[in-house]
Design a protein around this ligand. Structure first.
Ligand code: PDD
Length: 279
């Protein structure tokens, strides 16, 4: 496997990161996850814009965002990725020796990119998935795609242990999002999703779905949903770069709608599929 690390393509065996890297010591960094369709990066401008936003919000000075797209395509070539690629990109603030909480403005960020063949699971999109709810114990700046994911990691593990796909997080009685997905619900043909705020990551797939709703004349309300009301909704679905639009058919063992992917969800999936093919 070839990765991009600190301005070089290197083999995994050669790759070296200092134990004093602030990513390792403090989870002091941000990341992006993207994918290709027909071997072209999907919404790459949006991902790189979000990366810049995350970097700015945590005050990492990195000026190389414009060069990343070319590096990613080269990495896909070098790794001989067949089919579609998944791309993981992380930037940490760099090394602090000795370890200090504060940082210097002249830190040299550590850039790491890896690609692998994407494993698509279309049956989940076709049949829908089950989820649980869990308390949202994350910090209050969830709009930053921070490397510090421990609360999300623990909630997702709870979901795995419960034999379901995702944990939907609840803060003060209101749904925020999934551990690695945005959440949508449908009632009386209106699509509801949480407004952009510090309580959620502004998902690129979320943005695409809102554009599709607009094109399909589906009414949208960006508002918070009470967790206790969720089973009264006709349909639910989650979105992410990997999951695309995935129907949710059961929450905490309670069936949503008729226990099958809903009509609006299916219309959005079809529109999303069309978008993929015209790339
Ligand atoms: N997760 N919300 C959270 C908390 C996320 O981590 C993600 C993405 C999303 C969906 O965003 P997008 O549509 O841009 O993929 C929402 C990535 C895939 C991850 O952590 O691997």
């Amino acid at each position: 496997m070839i990765i991009w690390l600190n301005n070089n393509f290197v083999s995994l065996e050669e790759a070296k990161v200092s134990p004093f890297d602030r990513g390792f010591l403090f989870a002091d960094g941000v990341y992006e996850a993207m994918r290709t369709y027909n071997r072209k990066l999907f919404r790459v401008e949006d991902h790189l814009q979000r990366l810049n936003r995350s970097l700015n919000l945590i005050e990492i000075n990195f000026t190389g965002t414009d060069g990343l797209e070319k590096i990613i395509y080269e990495l896909i070539e070098k790794n001989n990725v067949k089919g579609e690629a998944f791309v993981y990109l992380q930037i940490t603030r760099g090394v602090s020796i000795p370890r200090t909480h504060h940082f210097s403005q002249s830190q040299n960020p550590t850039v790491f990119i890896t690609v692998n063949e994407l494993e698509d699971e279309p049956e989940k999109r076709a049949n829908g998935v089950k989820v649980i709810t869990d308390e949202d114990l994350r910090w209050l700046r969830c709009n930053i795609k921070s490397l510090a994911l421990l609360p999300a990691v623990l909630s997702k593990q709870k979901a795995v242990n419960a034999g379901v796909e995702e944990a939907i997080l609840v803060r003060n009685g209101f749904i925020t999002e999934g551990t690695h997905t945005n959440f949508f619900a449908v009632k009386n043909n209106i699509v509801y999703t949480v407004p952009e705020s510090n309580y959620i990551l502004s998902g690129i797939t979320r943005k695409v779905v809102l554009q599709l709703c607009n094109e399909l004349d589906i009414k949208v309300k960006e508002e918070f949903i009470k967790a206790e009301e969720i089973t009264s909704f006709d349909e639910c679905f989650i979105t992410s770069t990997i999951e695309e639009v995935t129907p949710v058919i059961e929450i905490d063992e309670q069936i949503i709608g008729n226990g099958k992917p809903g009509e609006i969800t299916k219309r959005l999936q079809a529109a999303f599929d069309k978008l993929k093919t015209i790339l």
